[in-house]
Write a protein that binds this ligand. Sequence first.
Ligand code: E4P
Length: 215
Amino acid sequence: MKFFLDTAIVDEIRQVHQLGLLSGVTTNPSLVAKSGEVFDEVLQEILTFVDGSVSAEVISRDAEGMIKEGERYAAFGKNVTIKVPMTLEGLKAVHHFSQKGISTNVTLVFSTNQALMAARAGATYVSPFIGRLDDISFDGTQLIKEIADLFRMHQIPTEIIAASIRHPMHITQAALSGAHIATLPYKVMEQMVKHPLTDQGIEKFEADWKKIKQV
Ligand code: E4P
């Protein structure tokens, strides 16, 4: 499973890029609002150093509007992925983009049928939101597993992005359930690297090193 970063904060993206872990970036209107930046500028800056897929989300409700927005974003770079909501109009737009060789990420996926429809419309990626399902007492991880089984069974090439990640356990669960990618907030990536025994081990080695006679 690969890692995408779910943020519109360029500094966070640079940090993870330096680790060599970054395969792509997803943004959404809420994340852009949180960054306080102008989205066109953010997108352009991300594209100067990220080679993997960078999702830019459309906000129109009708296919025509989505296509107009998406084609404008697609002109920013070859690795721009147009993020489209899981609606009938969204599927129409996805079909259009796939015919034109523009990659798409169908977002706000909460059921296996939605994922199947998106894939058949030509989506490059589908994004099941596991955290938001867990929030309402549904099993988000089970949804990932079901979609992964179904895509495997029917040889569907669409990749699954586990989205709406809340904590490190979601990452392990998504990976073991067959997600191709997880898009995670920077905070979760920081949490994942931590283990108290690692910290204790470093302290102990440092303390013991100081007891060794130096030449
Ligand atoms: C995914 O592409 C979305 O941007 C994101 O994962 C949504 O997460 P949230 O439920 O924490 O808003």
